[in-house]
Design a protein around this ligand. Sequence first.
Ligand code: ADP
Ligand code: MG
Length: 480
Amino acid sequence: MPWESVIGLEVHVQLRTDSKIFSGASTAFGAKPNVQACEVDIALPGVLPVMNRTAALMAVRFGLATGATVNRISVFARKNYFYPDLPKGYQISQYELPIVAGGQIEINTDDCRKKIGITRAHLEEDAGKLLHQEFEGRSGIDLNRAGIPLLEVVSEPDLRSPAEAVAYLKKLHTLVRYLEICDGNMQEGSFRCDANVSVRPAGETGLGTRCELKNLNSFRFIEKGLQFEIKRQIQLIEDGGQVAQETRLYDPDADLTRPMRGKEEAHDYRYFPDPDLPPLVVDDELLAAARSALPELPDARCHRFSSTYQVSQKDAELLTSDRELADYFEQTAAACGDSRSAANWITGEWMGCLNRDGLRFEESRVTPQMLGDLIAKINDNSISGKIAKEVFDGMWNGEGNASEIIAARNLEQITDADEIERAIDHVIDNCAEQVMQYRSGQEKVFGFLVGQVMQATGGKANPKMVNKILRNKLSGKRHN
Ligand code: ADP
Ligand code: MG
């Protein structure tokens, strides 16, 4: 029987505010444990939370960017549960009335383009963190993370495969970084995903029983965890069993999921409106501020790239997947006036080097102006494409800009016909046998002879001229 998988994602987007959602403590990453936890974060008696307006502004910006409804009034609720990383005994979240509801995100996979519904996006505070490694036989609690603002983005169960789930997540990741509401750093936990997944016979419209997967802290793990879980559920049902609704943990080393706990229901949490906080009001001023801060969004930018620059749809998508990358491309294209070459160099050489050295876009030593100048030098025949790679490596290693490296290493392309002719004569004298072969009709020997000339000129001869002059010479003509 053919099966279909159904996936819905809950993503915790850590908002990039300077201070916490209900207190003035810093949100900076990497501080020593508990130095950024104030009275409110550690839940001393008598303290009161005060809502951070910037967190609300960021949530509204997200709502506008996804075509969602921004609720002018939303309500904070207490989600009650006991865990040592939660000193209050409840988490302040939003339940019945979230700040954002009903948006969508368009994804593009190899087989299709489709819109994924966003059920809601609500504001909440993060919990602290338990530290197990540092202490022998005991656990430590770091409350620096307690109270950091999160926007929890909940999708509809619209995703049908692990690949779609990853496409959605990448799109969401791109979007929150464009909006500058989240740094997107998955290693530091700024963008975390729980995946709900069930299976059903293809064609069925009702939903199967789902499991929720946790500990998916990279795009790769999300894909692998889902793949495993889908197989497990299908196998279980085909063997006559039933899927139990539960929370499972993905183990990347063993590449499998394990049960963690039974799934709690909403009523287990005893949600109720938090009496310490007034309803959150999105007034006209806040809405206008959120609207004015909206950048050109990824979809619009992608569309503009593929219609105004000479780049493929695929390159346009890649180049607009990150705001800094898209800026880098536009600046490079402007510097050389050749958008196609700019796209090729950026998606090829430049991104390859960044990857190899583990650098972020903004850490590149080769500026858009430098790369643009290099491309211009290829286009005006100052250097060949091959030499350009050498010059690029020099720029990457900090030897200066293209002109400086070309001068210092004497790499200027040879376009002087006489000089090229001398090199060709030399090769013809030394390769009498190959010349004879070519003249007797063995066309493929021509490539060898071109290679000899290029070698003789240290790779600097203009390849087009070498081809033309060599061909003429071999057929007994003069080049001019
Ligand atoms: P909670 O996990 O807090 O109980 P919800 O019931 O709102 O929350 O669902 C959370 C996520 O699970 C949503 O993204 C939703 O799309 C997804 N989901 C719900 N039911 C299913 C199902 N049967 N199969 C797959 N995903 C589901
Ligand atoms: Mg959940």
